[in-house]
Design a protein around this ligand. Structure first.
Ligand SMILES: NC(=O)c1ccc[n+]([C@@H]2O[C@H](COP(=O)([O-])OP(=O)(O)OC[C@H]3O[C@@H](n4cnc5c(N)ncnc54)[C@H](OP(=O)(O)O)[C@@H]3O)[C@@H](O)[C@H]2O)c1
Length: 384
């Protein structure tokens, strides 16, 4: 048995009745592609984590297998989540089981709705794999409102979880999705919860986080984790190379709740500068963002590919722009407009195109104009 007690870990119950720790140690981002046995041992033994978030794409599941088996934990004392990269949920899971040195995982997720065989087919294969008992629960990752709505139309099993980028700056993109997940009991797993301080420093959240940190005695990262936990009501997926920081993250979840005023103040500050830091999925803002106040993202130059794409997009959308003078463009191929003659409603203009995510993988986004029930007004789909 490991030296660190996990008795104070917060847990959450999934819609299939299974219980998992509400904080997970992640093997992607900073640990991506790196053997991480020592870090996983540290997370388990020193920080008391009992939920490890892996993925085929991270290419380090073998080190998780080595690490957890060396801790002395019984398999049932640990929750292992991992994610499908390819198109075959059965073969993918078998490969992960070998690397992770186990005969089942707790949560098997489809990593992205861009799965080649289509998310309807992929989900029905996941349902078959669930019946075989090699995963306790199944779910998805990076599914936005359109994909989730469409998959639920044919799903026999409701996904237990949807793992998504989640912090106040990207929340404006997620509000319908969060409502849907809450209605259907789909646990939201929040990745990148610290992005506003690790990647988006200099934005309008900074003074708000500072103030609430002063009021609560938490640090700014802990305030962000509390916000994510309270708004998502789900699981925090974080990572660190430092045991003390991992303990701090866990302590944040155990601290008294933020007041609703504090939560609202953070949410409002995030709304004034909507942005995402993980570019694998094109998102659609659910409301017109307020004018950006943050200089932080303006100073960052766009890569040449994105710039060319935006120029092409601009030329394609010029006729619409003339009819809709308040047209804005997203950074990764998504445009939206708010025509004066449309009663202030959003006019969304969505684009199918290839973009690169933070791991250099290409993804294609197919927008379904008829499937954005929360966004009123005319929708136009444009294919560059
Ligand atoms: N499903 C998906 O598509 C997907 C995508 C992305 C991530 N994920 C999962 O989510 C996990 C966590 O993602 P994330 O790394 O973005 O989470 P995060 O919790 O937002 O950030 C953790 C990172 O921030 C650093 N950090 C923490 N506190 C800090 C502070 N006060 N100041 C400066 N740096 C600080 C940590 O580095 P130190 O080592 O210095 O503490 C660590 O590298 C990943 O490992 C992966 O498992 C999933």
């Amino acid at each position: 048995m490991s030296s660190s007690s996990s008795s104070s870990l917060p847990f959450i119950t999934l819609n299939d009745g299974r219980s998992i720790p509400a904080i997970a140690y992640g093997l992607g981002t900073a640990n991506y592609g790196k053997p991480s046995s020592e870090l996983v041992e540290m997370a388990i033994n020193e920080a008391g984590y009992r939920h490890i978030d892996c993925a085929q794409m991270y290419e380090n599941s073998e080190s998780v297998g080595q690490a957890w088996t060396s801790t002395g934990l019984k398999r049932e004392e640990l929750v292992l989540t991992t994610k499908l990269s390819g198109s075959d949920p059965r073969a993918g899971l078998e490969a992960e089981l070998r690397l992770l040195r186990t005969n089942y995982v707790d949560l098997w997720l489809i990593h992205t709705p861009k799965v080649k065989i289509g998310y309807g087919k992929a989900w029905s294969l996941m349902e078959d794999v669930l019946k075989e008992g090699k995963t306790r629960s199944i779910g998805v990752s990076n599914y936005m409102i359109d994909e989730m709505t469409e998959m639920l139309e044919t799903a026999k099993v409701t996904p237990a979880a949807n793992q998504i980028e989640f912090h106040p700056y990207c929340y404006p993109y997620l509000e319908s999705l969060v409502r849907l997940c809450h209605e259907r009991g789909i646990t939201i797993e929040c990745y990148g919860p610290l992005s506003p301080i690790t990647k988006g420093k200099g934005g309008p959240l900074d003074p708000v986080l500072q103030k609430i940190a002063g009021q609560t005695g938490l640090n700014e990262g802990q305030v962000l984790l509390k916000w994510a936990k309270q708004v998502s009501r789900g699981v925090i997926v974080t990572t660190s190379t430092k045991a003390d920081r991992l303990k701090e993250h866990l302590a944040a979840l155990q601290a008294p709740e933020l007041t609703s005023e504090q939560v609202d103040e953070i949410t409002q500050a995030g709304r004034t500068s909507p942005q995402r830091f993980f570019k694998g999925v094109l998102l659609q803002p659910e409301q017109k963002p307020a004018e950006k106040k943050s200089p932080s993202t303006k100073s960052k130059g766009l890569p040449l590919g994105s710039t060319l794409m935006l120029v092409a997009l601009f030329l394609l959308l010029l006729p619409l722009a003339m009819a809709s003078p308040a047209m804005l463009f997203g950074r990764d191929g998504l445009g939206y407009a708010d025509p004066a003659d449309n009663g202030g409603k959003l006019l969304t203009v969505s684009v199918s195109g290839a973009v690169s995510d933070s791991h250099g993988a290409d993804h294609i986004r197919h927008f379904h104009p008829s499937r954005s029930p929360k966004i009123p007004g005319l929708r136009v789909s444009v294919n560059p």
